[in-house]
Design a protein around this ligand. Sequence first.
Ligand SMILES: [Zn+2]
Length: 269
Amino acid sequence: MRYWSCEPRRSALLTVGRLAVTAVLSVDWAIAMPAQAAAGATEAQQQKWVRQAAADLPPRALATLQRIAGADRRLLAVRAYLRAGSSLDERWSWSQQQLDSYPTTAEAKLAAADIDAVIAAFSAANPGFTLGVNRLPRSLEVQIAHWNENRSVGITAAALVAALERQFSAAAGAPDAAVRSALIQWQPPVAAALAAPGLSAHGQARAFDFQVERDGKVIAGIESASARQRWDAAGWTRKLRAAVASAGNRFAGPLASPYEPWHYAWIAP
Ligand SMILES: [Zn+2]
């Protein structure tokens, strides 16, 4: 099995049309509450912060929050949505219809040619090794599933909750604007390994992850823990960078924060 799980899932749930959004928004927030609450601020207190800070977010962001497990992870997503501000809509992951039509677009063909060039350059420079890459955009559905189970997201979300507790502890109730600005201004000690659901560059095929393979076996995969040892120390970071550089100027990277030597942005012309 490959390390990535970016394959778009063809699910009816993906179609978040106007009707679906309306239906989701009318459901009580409580349905998404997990059994365990983080230490410190109760789940109810965290959810109150979510509600306060998310009040003015666009419907697509609110609908996505409903599908995030745990108020701490929802808070971290709200922070990302607030910080995205007016760019949220243009950055938002493609609809199922856009995902379906992507492979036939001129942009997809251009990206495919660029990726092919990286793969060819890499193989020529590193006999016996090949690059694997997921060429399809990552659906919102898959991004939500990753966000809900990713360990680094949980750690960063817990740090955010702790910071809010320090700021608002014992307060009878912080004003909405104070909660919002606390979220926007907070800087994580370590960036979460994932972009908030809806805001991943993979959601619009604006980024690609490469992994090094040999005889079908993954030598350097797309796992955060492998970045220093299996990529940097083994020389693959440098070798992938060289292959990418030889394939034209539409790739930029690798991603610096969080550090992902396999992740390159692709800039559409
Ligand atoms: Zn990536």
